[in-house]
Design a protein around this ligand. Structure first.
Ligand SMILES: Cc1ncc(COP(=O)(O)O)c(C=O)c1O
Length: 424
């Protein structure tokens, strides 16, 4: 088949596609310990609430028929957008209205639109890039650019913490923002590390973006006010220069593909325009399922009281299990393995750093796969960072969202394999 440049780019087997294929094949086989994917957990209380919501919709006079039988506008379900604007204004004092919000088919789709709005080939012939001021960053960003050489990224500084933990920080001393940068983007909490950038870091990045006249895109897929999978204090941020992206996925509706963009009016309208061209309108079932929870604030209460404690418990449990299996931490003086774990501050992953690992994280991934255990090798998360950095090959991402027995067993296999690697 004769493919266009677009066709070639988007059908190329990227690292992420290979991993997704592995995940799919493993899922089909059914006997893999799935510590790789980003699927949120099935939290019984959340699922029960959505089952009730669906029953209510079915019981409403023409509720079901209008849910499946009508297109929403290209901006997304108007009633949902209105309710969300009120909630965000009342909760955070953000100066926004419905004109500042557009829905997308999952927030993944929002990043495709936003990144290509602000980077790539510009009308004056210049090229611009999306800057990740701190890598590692979300793997899903890696292939969305319509042109090549689309991202720039900076190494973080690394703060070593007690108990074998560490934390990445934005290295502002090394953060020069040239005229080739079209927007800055961070996920907060960060996938893959569970990092939550500090309020000071966020304000500093915001000021730098403002100064350069470029948008600051904040991926809030795990953030506040829902699903609120944050275990530290973190102030949400929005102003006319920021673009906050949210999602109903990690609250428990990943298959309803509901992403939310909150931005100044011209950006929200641009997203609606792209929606119109690409999909006519975003799907509206997620919006209808969640609207009452937004109107009453229940979505925030459930996030705070159910979703966040659920993942916090799982994070601490997984951390304990790793310590049990990998032995005393690096700074205890009795370590047998030189490993560190990124301080889990949010999201649904642990990020492990095996210092001076005798093989690459890609090889570790293959060895674990051969033992029916899937993780994500760390080097995939450094898109835009072209320089050599050994650290890229020393880390893996492990999700703790899965059932306890799977996580427990997977951690045992990982520790056993890593021990063998260091000992040979
Ligand atoms: C940081 C981050 N952003 C965005 C997404 C995309 O989620 P969705 O398209 O389901 O909203 C994910 C999914 O895993 C994610 O981890």
């Amino acid at each position: 088949m004769n493919l266009s440049k677009f066709g070639e780019k988007f059908t190329r087997k990227a690292g992420i596609t290979q991993l997704m294929d592995d995940l799919g094949a493993a899922m089909a086989k059914g006997d893999m310990l799935m510590l790789g994917g980003g699927n949120p957990a099935h939290i019984p209380e959340v699922q029960k609430r959505f089952r009730e919501r669906m029953m209510d919709i079915l019981a409403e006079e023409s509720g079901f028929e209008s849910m499946i039988g009508n297109y929403d506008s290209s901006r997304g379900n108007e009633a949902f957008i209105e309710a969300l604007a009120v909630m965000l204004r009342d909760t955070f004092g953000w100066d926004i209205g419905p004109e500042n919000i557009a829905l997308t088919n999952g927030s993944q789709n929002a990043f495709f639109c936003l990144f290509n709005l602000f980077a790539g080939e510009m009308p004056d012939g210049s090229k611009k890039k999306i800057l990740f001021p701190l890598t590692p960053e979300y793997i899903g960003y890696a292939n969305v650019g319509l042109s090549d050489d689309f991202f720039a990224a900076r190494r973080p500084s690394i703060e070593l913490l007690d108990d074998g933990l560490f934390k990445y920080h934005v290295d502002f001393d090394a953060l020069e923002i040239g005229n080739d940068i079209g927007a800055i983007c961070v996920s907060r909490p960060t996938n893959p590390t569970g990092n939550v950038l500090t309020d000071a870091e966020m304000l500093h990045l915001d000021a730098l973006a403002e100064d350069k006249g470029i948008p600051f895109i904040i991926d809030n897929a795990y953030g506040t006010p829902f699903p609120d999978i944050i275990y530290t204090e973190a102030k949400p941020l929005w102003n006319e220069n920021t673009v906050v992206c949210m999602s109903l996925s990690k609250f428990g509706l990943p298959n309803l593909r509901t992403g939310i963009v909150i931005a100044r009016e011209e950006i929200a309208s641009a997203i609606a325009g792209i929606n119109g061209v690409m999909h006519l309108a975003p799907g509206g079932i997620g919006a209808r399922m969640a609207i009452d929870l937004i109107r009453t604030g229940e979505i925030m209460q459930m996030s705070r009281e159910i979703v966040q404690p659920f993942y916090r418990r799982k994070a601490l449990q997984a951390l304990d299990w790793f310590r049990e299996e990998l032995g005393p931490s690096t700074d205890s003086g009795q370590a047998t393995l030189p490993y560190r774990i990124h301080k889990p501050e949010g999201a649904i992953f642990l990020w492990l750093w095996f210092q001076e690992l005798p093989c690459t994280s890609a090889q570790l991934y293959e060895r674990l796969k051969a033992r029916n255990t899937l993780v994500i090798p760390g080097h995939h998360f450094f898109q835009g960072l072209d320089e050599y950095w050994q650290h890229k090959h020393e880390c893996i991402r492990v999700t703790y969202a899965q059932d306890e027995a799977v996580v427990r067993e997977g951690i045992k296999v990982i520790a056993d394999e890593v021990r063998k690697i260091y000992q040979t």
